[in-house]
Design a protein around this ligand. Structure first.
Ligand SMILES: C[C@@H]1O[C@H](OP(=O)(O)OP(=O)(O)OC[C@H]2O[C@@H](n3cnc4c(=O)[nH]c(N)nc43)[C@H](O)[C@@H]2O)[C@@H](O)[C@H](O)[C@@H]1O
Length: 390
């Protein structure tokens, strides 16, 4: 049987990666009783992927992630392969997950799900033949035979009995899968970390990032003690990784400047905080991952003229190939290998870097750091989600 899923269109890349973990673990638990394959929703049309010179739609997962690594957790396939294997562009049952209209009744939270009238704009339209049409990531021929809305308040595990016993559909499309929560399999659980460890970036993107580290930052895995092993075999303890002789920052700008004003410093303020850390760790190079426009990067660089300040800038050809998502991954991989890392508070982009560094085995004081807003001497530092092995 096939489980396909999708996430609220407004969500960014790195929250989507977290939703993948929930659905992947659901499929892992389903496979304890029945064979299920997770069908990966093509990437595309994300709000933040703003390069207008390239196509950012119908991107297969293999562009960003190593499918062989994902498959060491659960069976997965690309949507295009699903279409080929099943021979028709059909999904038997589409279920649109939504909240409960009445909210939390009685003020206490309990796990439940019920078929209910649809509350949100879902985009499904029934055609003259009774088939349900939806945009299906641009695969226009695709349709669902059945469609329903389901109010849900549950951990992802709660769907297991439903999928096994309450539907006979061979293929189920779960929409708005972010409604399912991790619950007891959250960031502090080994089950969460096992799935997280399986999300290895594609070899090609890692290679590009590694070449940049070597050429610009004098960093390589052997010297830095960051050699990657096959994930099920890899087990590190904090402090194993040394990292390259550079500091890395993730400086989130754009929409965060208005939505998280207190968390994002001015460029001069960011430069001041970077300088302090470079001095503290006796480093003279900083790698900058940022969504800032070029002028802002140049300004930051001008505030730190006594240091080497670099970022990865793709050529047009590279951007065509890697896409905005691939460039973001290159940034994350370079940040993951720095001796010291400082990110932006509440950004899921930063959180994914923290996790990558936990996997590599960095001392946590070199990872869980964030910029403070201007004029805030000591802001609350990120929660340390320690890696756990099953
Ligand atoms: C509060 C929420 O924050 C969420 O953002 P947040 O968690 O930072 O993280 P993401 O959900 O990944 O969204 C940020 C997107 O902006 C780009 N981006 C941000 N920082 C960098 C960077 O350093 N390098 C590169 N190459 N690209 C970057 C990239 O496309 C990334 O997927 C938003 O997605 C939600 O819409 C919402 O606003």
């Amino acid at each position: 049987r096939y489980l396909i899923y999708d996430v609220n269109p407004g969500e960014g890349f790195n929250l989507r990666r977290d939703v993948y973990l929930r659905v992947a673990n659901l499929v892992k638990f389903l496979n304890e009783e029945q064979p299920w394959v997770l069908v990966l929703p093509p990437w595309g049309h994300l709000y933040h992927w703003q390069s207008r010179t390239i196509s950012n739609s119908q991107i297969p997962w293999a562009k960003f992630f190593d499918l062989a690594s994902l498959r060491k957790l659960i069976p997965v396939m690309e949507f295009t392969d699903y279409l080929k294997v099943t021979g028709k562009p059909e999904v038997e049952s589409a279920i649109y997950l939504q909240r409960y209209k009445e909210g939390w009744s009685g003020g206490h939270w309990e796990e439940k799900m019920h078929e209910r009238e649809c509350l949100d704009k879902h985009g499904f339209v029934q055609d003259d033949d009774g088939l349900w049409r939806w945009w299906f990531w641009g695969y226009k021929d695709a349709y669902a035979i059945d469609f329903k809305c389901m109010s849900v308040q549950a951990q992802y595990t709660f769907l297991k009995p439903y999928l096994l016993h309450n539907t006979t559909a061979r293929s189920v499309l779960l929409l708005r899968a972010e409604h399912l929560i991790h619950g007891s399999y959250s960031e502090w659980s080994p089950v969460w970390w096992t799935a997280r460890r399986s999300m290895v970036f594609s070899q090609k993107l890692r290679d590009v990032a590694d070449q940049f580290r070597e050429a610009e930052l004098n960093s390589d895995d052997v010297k830095d003690n960051t050699v990657l092993e096959d994930w099920p075999e890899m087990k590190r303890i904090h402090g194993d990784a040394i990292g390259g002789p550079y500091m890395a920052v993730h400086l989130r700008r754009k929409d965060f400047l208005s939505s998280h004003t207190k968390d994002v410093p001015s460029l001069a303020g960011a430069a001041k905080q970077i300088r302090e850390k470079l001095k503290e760790f006796d480093l003279n190079a900083v790698y900058v991952a940022t969504d800032a426009p070029k002028e802002e990067f140049l300004e930051l660089q001008s505030h730190l003229s006594e240091f080497k300040v670099v970022k990865f800038e793709p050529t047009q050809e590279q951007l065509d190939d890697y896409k905005d998502g691939g460039v973001a991954i290159i940034d994350q991989w370079i940040c993951a290998h720095a001796r010291f890392f400082m990110g932006t508070g509440v950004s899921t982009f930063t959180f994914r870097i923290h996790e990558e560094r936990e996997i590599l085995g960095f001392d946590q004081k070199m990872t869980f750091n964030r910029f403070c807003g201007d004029n805030i001497a000591e802001c609350e530092q990120p929660t340390k989600w320690s890696i756990k092995y099953e």
